[in-house]
Every structure is written in structure tokens, then in C-alpha cells.
Design a binder for this molecule. Sequence first.
Ligand SMILES: Cc1ncc(COP(=O)(O)O)c(C=O)c1O
Length: 439
Amino acid sequence: MKDTPISFEVVSKKIKESNLEKLGNASIREIKKLVDQIEKETGEKFVRMEMGVPGLPAADVGVQAEIDALKKGVANTYPDIQGIPQLKKEASRFLKLFLNIDVNPEGCIPTVGSMQGSFAAFITTSRMYKEKDRILFLDPGFPVHKQQLKVLGQKWETFDVYEFRGEKLKAKIESYLSKGNIAAILYSNPNNPSWICFTDKELKIIAELADKYNVVVLEDLAYVAMDFRKDLYHPGVKPYQATAAHFTDNYIIFISCSKAFSYAGQRIGLMILSDKLYEKKCPDLKGFYSTDLFGRAMILGTVYALSAGVTHSAQYAVAAILKAANDGEFNFVDVVKEYGEKAKIMKKLFTGNGFYIVYDKDENDPIADGFYFTFAYPGFSGDQLLGEMIYYGISAISLAITGSERLEGIRACVSLVRREQFPDLENRLKKFHLDHPVD
Ligand SMILES: Cc1ncc(COP(=O)(O)O)c(C=O)c1O
């Protein structure tokens, strides 16, 4: 029986009962369930870093607008599939003011979370050209995207960008695109799980190759404006959110309202189709839709078939949130900056106790502090480390499920960890370090 911060006996029993063959392959929800059970039996609180859920209250301006809309009676009416006009208008303004890109409101479409946006994009982009039937992931990435393709029976290619930053990215991506079967490239920026952010040089490489090989860029801005190294809340003034859309007009951008506006519960996001892509004609689409126009196929074909639009009241909420942000009245970046500040402290606690950050650079710059970070400990695989840390009251997920090749790594999400827990975290990390001395 070992002396660990959380009862060795209970943790061992619960891991056994969970029937998980390898903790490293466990999904986020499976880890959550296991830790819930251990907490219940021991009465001890874990430092919970497994789930990427917002830890802040929902944007108030949104909640109020949604209540007002419900009281006005929008709940009994189907919303337009393409979104309510004021949301489309504010989304287009947001793109101009915070990304410095011009997009017609027509191409700004609400989706049921950005998850639905990616699902719709996978379906529609893979039908543009018969020969282009798969997605290329610039990994590590959000595991549910692969789950979406599994459900759809669609194919994908992937590589871990760790060894291919900067100029090296070009030859690597080209080795996939030159085969002629890639419909679209997906990456998140800032990245879940590693919080790397592609540099302008890298975004330009992605954009230029997408143009060269007629591939759609799927840019997942689930954490829009959350690269806290720069203050990105200056409507209409530099610096802007980095985006491949500065270098190509062949893109779909996904903006999630879950993290930037803490609006995860209402399941609403935005799918942005560039003007050029919206108008693009692809005869092969006719095999699946009544039109060969990409924008129409996407909205009146795919999005219609998936959910016939997005909850009416939630659209009013996001229209109000975006309007307030656009008008300079709601500094949402200031609110979520708390994640970056916590990450900075937590990373120090880890690195001060023998751990190291796995994805630690954007080309030559140190990585930003944000919603996630990745860590490892000498001599442990990610799977072993995850299992061992549970005895120390710390839960996270293995990078193995994210398409990362850094199998020693673990992803930590800072959102649910409260500042009052930092002393506990520090003590547990110290004990871990003591129990596992590094040469
Ligand atoms: C990279 C990434 N994309 C998409 C999503 C899903 O966002 P939404 O809640 O808007 O569906 C998440 C959520 O964690 C994410 O991390």
C-alpha cells in the first residue's frame, strides 16, 4: 500500500472497476466519470484538468438578450436556416473588426456549436470534387473531429506538426496535397490541446498551398482572440486575430461561442464561408444537392438536413454579444484572460517540480499561456503518467487521443481549477516529485 495524497486502495479499485484497458486511450468523458467516482468515495477534491469547459459565467449581455427574445415569443417560430439577419450582420462586423477580413453577412451562418459547423463542413467539402474525399488534420487536435469523420464513414490523413513548424510545414503539407485527394485542411488556432498558435508565416504557407491544390482551409477559431501574448480586443485596430484568411479567400472559419463568451451551454457557434467559396460552383455537388453552388448546398442542403437551423433565442444572445463587442462595450478578451493568468502560475508549479512543457514554442517564441497546456515527466509515458497522477489527485487527458506523436505528453485544461486549489496542486506536485526522483 503506497502513501499517496488520494487513497491508493480506492484509486486502484476504481481504475480496475472502470474496465478501461489503458487510461491513455480513455476519452475525456471516461476520465471524468472515473474521477467523479473517486471523489465521491474518498471525499477528496481533485485538481480537475480533463475537461475543456468554460469556468466563467456566461456573458451577461447574451443571457439578457436571450430572455428578452423568449419573452417576445420567438420560441414558437422556426428560425431561418441561414440565421437571423442581425446575427449575420454583427458576425460580419466582428470579422472585420477583430480579424480584419471582409465577409458578406450571407456567408455568416450560425451552427449548433462550432461542432455542428465542422460536421457540416466535412460533409459538404468532401462532396465538391469526386476525387477529393478526405480531410487533412494538422494535429494535435480536438478528438471529436475524428469522431465526426468516423460517424460519417469519411477518410482522413493526419500528421503531428511538432517537428514541422515554420518553413518545414510547406513540404510536409505538400506531400499530402499533391496526391490530389484532400478536400480540406483542418487545424485549430490557438490549438486544442497544445495551445500552439501558427505564425503568420505558417498561415501563409497553409493558405498558399490550399490555393495551389484547390483545397479548402478549415480554420477552427474555437479560442478566438485568446492568444494573450497580444491584446486582441481593439475593435478595428491592429493587432488582429491571426488567420489564414489574410492570405487566401478559400476558407471556412469556425467561431465557437463556448469559450470566448462562456456560452457553451446554449450550443451555438458560427460557420463563416468566404465570399469566394460561397459563390463557388462545383458540378459534383449535384450528386447530393439540388444546386452546384457551394454556399447554397451548405445551408439549404447540409445545415437544413442536420438541424434546420439553430435555437432562435440563442441567436439573439450571440447577436447581442457580438454587437456589444463590436461597439467597444464588451471586452470579452479581458474576461477570459483569467485562463492565461492561471496557466502561467500552474505551468510554473509543474516545471518547478520536475515536469516539462511538451509543446513549448511557436517557431522561436515561447508558447502563449491559455486555456490548455501540455506536460510530461521524465521516464513516464503519457499513459503511465495519467494513471500515476490520479493517485495524486490530479486528472487530465493523454495526448495519445489527440493525434499527437508526443506519447509522453498529457493535456491540462486550466478552466475548472480554482485559484484556491493552487496550494493543493503545489503540494501534490511536490509529493509526486519526491516520490519519483529525477536523476
Ligand atoms: C478546437 C475545438 N474545436 C471545437 C470545439 C467545440 O466547440 P463548440 O462548443 O462551439 O461546439 C472545441 C471545444 O472544446 C474545441 O476545443
